[in-house]
Design a protein around this ligand. Structure first.
Ligand SMILES: Cc1cc2nc3c(=O)[nH]c(=O)nc-3n(C[C@H](O)[C@H](O)[C@H](O)COP(=O)(O)O)c2cc1C
Length: 209
């Protein structure tokens, strides 16, 4: 009887020790993971920079899909998702963009270009119609950050609101009236390594505490 009691006590101690060990493991490991994840995300944002020169290596299809998934994960007014993405790997189209549109001359060298378009048939109604510009801009930034995290380099080449650029691209890509190109994003593996710009300017902040 005495031996049975002793065994019970020992078992109880073992269970308590094991539980404490499990709790300690859970509380020590989780925060480390969270910190590493946050650091990785913030680091990706802070080290992204525009890349305008690319190697000839093509962008893998899985990566193209990841870029598009990241773009479509962006927030939009009323969750309207008023966009269409034109994926371009056609050299003749890329050459035409570069030749006609100096600030986008790097498009010719990029193995991939994605034109982010607003879809006026899907926009927020009435006063909120031009939310499409903010929605597609958010999608573009997601794409740039995703590209950077995949070791790709990318640059946003502005199109909208410059009418000559919008008209030119609409014709070149044979877009219907409801689609308005916001930009051309040139994407490829970087052939340059510019330092990210330090844009932290406390004078650009207003506090109302
Ligand atoms: C609306 C918009 C239009 C832009 N248009 C061009 C462009 O036509 N050509 C270009 O080389 N870069 C263009 N850029 C990229 C900016 O030049 C670049 O983001 C800026 O200089 C800051 O540099 P960073 O991206 O390396 O931080 C554009 C960026 C934005 C947001």
């Amino acid at each position: 009887m005495k031996t049975a009691n002793l065994l019970n006590v020992l078992m109880a101690i073992a269970v308590v020790v094991l539980s404490i060990r499990l709790i300690m493991l859970a509380t020590t490991e989780k925060p480390t993971e969270t910190v590493n994840h946050s650091e990785a995300v913030i680091n990706n944002i802070m080290t992204r920079t525009s890349i305008r020169d690319y190697t000839s290596e093509g962008v893998e299809e899985e990566k193209v899909e990841t870029l598009l998934r990241a773009a479509m994960a962006a927030p939009t007014a009323g969750n309207k998702q008023p966009w269409v993405f034109v994926v371009i790997k056609d050299k003749a189209i890329q050459d035409s963009i570069s030749a006609n549109f100096k600030p986008a001359k790097m498009v010719r060298k990029a193995p991939l270009a994605i034109v982010v378009c607003g879809d006026l048939n899907k926009t927020f109604p009435e006063d909120g119609v031009t939310y499409w510009v903010q929605d597609t801009s958010a999608a573009t930034e997601n794409m740039l950050l995703a590209a950077h995290s995949l070791n790709l380099g990318a640059v946003w080449c502005g199109v909208y609101p410059i009418p000559s650029r919008v008209d030119y691209l609409k014709k070149l890509l044979d877009l219907p009236d409801n689609l308005v190109p916001l930009n051309v994003v040139a994407i490829g593996y970087p052939a340059e390594n510019p330092a990210p710009k330090d844009k932290w300017k406390p004078e650009n902040i207003i506090y109302r505490n």
